[in-house]
Design a protein around this ligand. Structure first.
Ligand code: TRP
Length: 452
């Protein structure tokens, strides 16, 4: 028996929702700090290579599994193959996305706090004062943890009230607005004195900085940013129509995602170099750089600076929300359909688990630094474990499944929409999922574990 599935309002809507899942803190927060820690331009090159070679085929793969099976992650993987065993890939995805939601909510909570503070005009002072402010805030045991929970609860209520349609309508306006605002802030950031150094850092590669670590991190970032490897795309694709051109959708989303990430880089680094913030400051990078841009670039018109900063944090919170919704939806759809629970009960399972994890993650970078795993704070560990191990593993298993265990006919039908598209790229795609994607990911994972 097929359980009634919630549906998205329009075909454009579901593609927008998928893009909304991809565009989020991964682009605006994680990409700049990863770029800063990994040598600038060389990281961007490695990142783009990973997107083209592994990201786009990986996305198409998840789309195929989802649209073919029209079911939640675990059932989709089981039904496209002849072995029930493959359902574990879907289950792995559900676990991974819940862990991601746990630490992602902490950063989303920071953004929410910064939105509040910029509304009351509280972010003032020189670079040191702004840095100290962030350190003090993130080290507080209670406030950031509370904000993380608030963020997960907002996600929860959007998920259970089924206001996807509202979110879709809002996305159509807010996403382009985020893009425009990024352009304005990029211009402001590049107009600061000494900004050119930042542009150089982003676009002039220094190949001496290229290392295997750069590739590992670029791969993790590419998967994280595309929402790839957790069956998240598969869950969304289960709502796609039979007319959606999967390759085109994947390429468009990857393009928009990359563009926003690079713009975020152009927003952060010129300003960081200008005001003397280290590019490798880590997760705090955007929180200690941006308030400077808003103050200094608009020093002549402080009101404009404040309006822009409020708008920016509001849009960032919205972009983060469309991503957390997608992470939450994977688990909710699973519990709803498999345990035959009502959606609101199913959603509570995910919400409570993620809130608990989120509080511990927040404490591990704040009030309770002793919360460490393998020499990293719990938060960094969750980030490392998901982006660099679990996402590549999920994508690896998906491509092995599609390349070796699913009939070529099924792939071809999905790829060409049952023969209505020409499918010129099909042979390339087929070769990619069979050989290129699994071998590359396997090599990278083996390297990570020190096997080679
Ligand atoms: N891609 C999102 C971002 O860039 C984060 C995200 C949403 C995600 N859903 C995911 C990451 C599933 C991995 C898996 O912010």
């Amino acid at each position: 028996m097929r359980v009634e599935r919630v549906n998205f309002g329009s075909k454009l809507g579901i593609i927008l929702a998928t893009a909304g899942s991809a565009v989020g803190l991964g682009n605006v927060w994680r990409f700049p700090y990863m770029t800063g820690e990994n040598g600038g331009a060389v990281f961007i090159i490695a990142y783009v290579v990973c997107i083209l070679l592994l990201g786009i085929p990986g996305m198409v793969g998840e789309f195929i599994v989802g649209r073919h099976s029209q079911a939640n992650a675990a059932r989709a993987y089981a039904s496209i193959s002849s072995h029930r065993w493959w359902g574990f890939v879907g289950l792995l995805g559900i676990v991974t996305s819940s862990i991601i939601l746990g630490f992602y909510a902490v950063v989303a909570g920071w953004c929410l706090h910064y939105l509040g503070v910029s509304i009351v005009g509280g972010l003032k002072g020189d670079t040191e004062a702004i840095t100290a402010y962030f350190q003090q805030y993130s080290a507080d045991p209670v406030k950031p943890a509370f904000m993380g929970i608030v963020f997960i609860l907002i996600t929860h209520f959007v998920i259970v009230r089924g206001v996807q349609r509202g979110i879709e309508k809002a996305s159509k306006v807010l996403m382009p607005l985020l893009f425009l605002l990024l352009l304005v802030i990029v211009a402001a950031s590049c107009s600061l004195p000494g900004a050119f150094q930042g542009v150089e850092f982003l676009f002039r590669p220094d190949f001496s900085k290229l290392s295997s670590r750069v590739f590992l991190e670029a791969l993790g970032q590419a998967f994280f940013s595309l929402s790839l490897g957790t069956a998240c795309l598969c869950t969304y694709a289960s709502y796609f129509s039979r007319h959606t051109n999967l390759l085109r959708a994947a390429s468009q989303i990857a393009f928009v995602d990359c563009l926003i990430a690079v713009l975020a880089g152009l927003m952060i680094f010129p300003a960081a170099f200008s005001v003397g913030v280290q590019p490798d400051s880590g997760p705090s990078l955007i929180f200690i750089t941006l308030p400077n841009v808003f103050q200094q670039a608009f020093a002549a018109m402080p009101v404009v600076g404040q309006v822009i900063s409020v708008m920016f944090y509001a849009l960032l919170v919205f972009a983060a929300l469309t991503s957390t919704i997608s992470m939450h939806e994977i688990g909710t759809a699973f519990f709803h359909e498999e345990l035959h629970l009502q959606r609101r009960h199913a959603a509570w399972i995910v919400t409570v688990a993620c809130c608990v994890l989120s509080v511990f993650c927040s404490l591990s970078v704040g009030g309770f630094g002793g919360l460490q795993v393998m020499g990293m704070s719990l938060m960094d560990f969750c980030d490392f474990l998901t982006a660099q191990v679990m996402l590549p593993l999920g994508a690896l298993l998906t491509s092995v499944l599609l390349g070796w265990f699913v009939r070529s006919r099924v792939l071809h039908d999905e790829f060409t929409n049952w023969g209505t598209l020409r499918g010129l790229w099909f042979p390339v795609y087929k070769f990619g999922v069979r050989y290129v994607v699994p071998i590359c990911i396997l090599l990278i994972l083996m390297h990570l574990f020190g096997v080679i």
